[in-house]
Design a protein around this ligand. Structure first.
Ligand code: DC
Length: 227
């Protein structure tokens, strides 16, 4: 079984995907981490976010890969584990900027397709149901109001010791949503056969239960024992 979870930033995709992976015995693939790694590399090279040519040039000679350590996904930029450096607000904006460049998407395509070929994956991102896994058994498009998503991200960032205000986080979310949705290549829009799940005000367990109901309905399974 392959499950695609798409949706905007802060909608809780990664928490849901991790829970589904753990309780259904699937491998979790966080594709946003790949775009974040390319964004980190561009940032380290001093490339401006709107410098498309510079972003393309920054791909030269690098490798971006995924490894699993103790069941956790780690992302590698060449031989360096950069997992701890890719979750800052600056790198979120870089990730969104580089993800609009078709050459970057093509660069990351192979890594994602190799994971799909292994099978038994739950993948989260923006174009999983539309481009990367159009044949996924279940596609969920997870979303929540920008205010709910900003609050979640704000709490996460505070816990990590980042100095941000709720207003800054909300403004970044709105900017990133617009850029991701309106880009020409693989825009962040739901697949036609995706089930829309609004989790505004939900706790992670509520989102998980709603996803299990969607899976049961779609596949005729009975996974209620994992709730
Ligand atoms: O899911 P995330 O916030 O870690 O993603 C970071 C950025 O990467 C997001 O703004 C858009 C981009 N992205 C994408 O274009 N396609 C994906 N499959 C995953 C992420």
């Amino acid at each position: 079984m392959n499950i695609a979870i798409d949706g905007p930033g802060g909608s809780g995709k990664s928490v849901l995907a991790k829970n589904l992976a753990r309780r259904l015995g699937l491998v979790y693939v966080d594709t946003g981490a790949l775009y974040r790694t390319v964004g980190l590399n561009a940032c380290r090279h001093g490339v401006a976010m709107d410098d498309k040519e510079g972003i393309i040039a920054s791909l030269e000679g690098i490798t971006v890969g995924i490894k699993y350590e103790d069941g956790e996904q780690h992302v590698y930029l060449c031989n360096e584990d950069v997992s701890d450096y890719i979750r800052t607000p600056e790198i979120s904006m870089y990730a969104s900027a580089v993800s609009s460049v078709p050459e970057v998407r093509a660069f990351l395509d192979g890594t994602q397709r190799r994971m799909v070929e292994r099978g038994g994956v739950v993948m989260d991102g923006r174009d999983i149901g539309t481009v990367i896994m159009p044949n996924a058994d279940v596609k969920i498009f997870l979303f929540a109001s920008p205010e709910h998503r900003a609050e979640r991200r704000y709490e996460e960032l505070l816990q990590k010791g980042e100095h941000v205000t709720l207003e800054e986080v909300l403004s970044d979310i709105n900017k990133r949503d617009r850029a991701d949705r309106e880009r020409e290549t693989a825009p962040a829009v739901p697949a036609e056969d995706a089930v829309m799940l609004d989790n505004s005000g939900f706790e992670p367990e509520d989102t998980f239960a709603a996803a299990i109901r969607i899976i049961n309905e779609k596949l005729g399974t009975n996974y209620d024992d994992v709730l």
